[in-house]
Design a protein around this ligand. Structure first.
Ligand SMILES: [Zn+2]
Length: 98
C-alpha cells in the first residue's frame, strides 16, 4: 500500500493576555513582513506598553509573537522573574565585605 503525506493547516484560538501595566485588552500585533530578519511587536493601544520580538530566524510565527507578549504580561511569570532577581541581589549584598 502506498502512503502519501498531506500538509494540513489547522486553525486554533490563542488567548492574548491583557496589558500587565493597565489591564487593557485592546492589543495591536504587527510585524514588518520581511521574509528575513523580520521584526514584530505587540503594543497596548491604551498605555503604549510594547513588547518587541526580534528574531534572527527566517520568519517569526504568529504563535511566537503571541507567546512573547503573554510571557511579558503574565503576572505569575513576572513575579517569579523578579523574585529570582531579588535572590541574586541578596546574594551579592551578603557577599559584600562587612
Ligand atoms: Zn496598557
Amino acid at each position: 500500500m502506498k502512503e502519501i503525506t498531506v500538509n494540513e493547516t489547522k486553525k486554533r484560538v490563542v488567548k492574548i493576555l491583557p496589558c500587565v501595566k493597565c489591564g487593557n485588552d485592546d492589543i495591536e500585533i504587527k510585524d514588518c513582513g520581511y521574509t528575513t530578519f523580520n521584526v514584530a511587536w505587540v503594543k497596548c493601544l491604551k498605555c503604549g506598553h510594547e513588547v518587541r520580538v526580534n528574531n534572527c530566524d527566517w520568519t517569526i510565527s504568529q504563535e511566537a509573537i503571541d507567546k512573547t507578549w503573554n510571557k511579558e504580561n503574565d503576572p505569575k511569570i513576572l513575579r517569579h522573574k523578579y523574585e529570582q532577581q531579588l535572590i541574586e541581589i541578596q546574594k551579592k549584598i551578603d557577599a559584600l565585605p562587612k
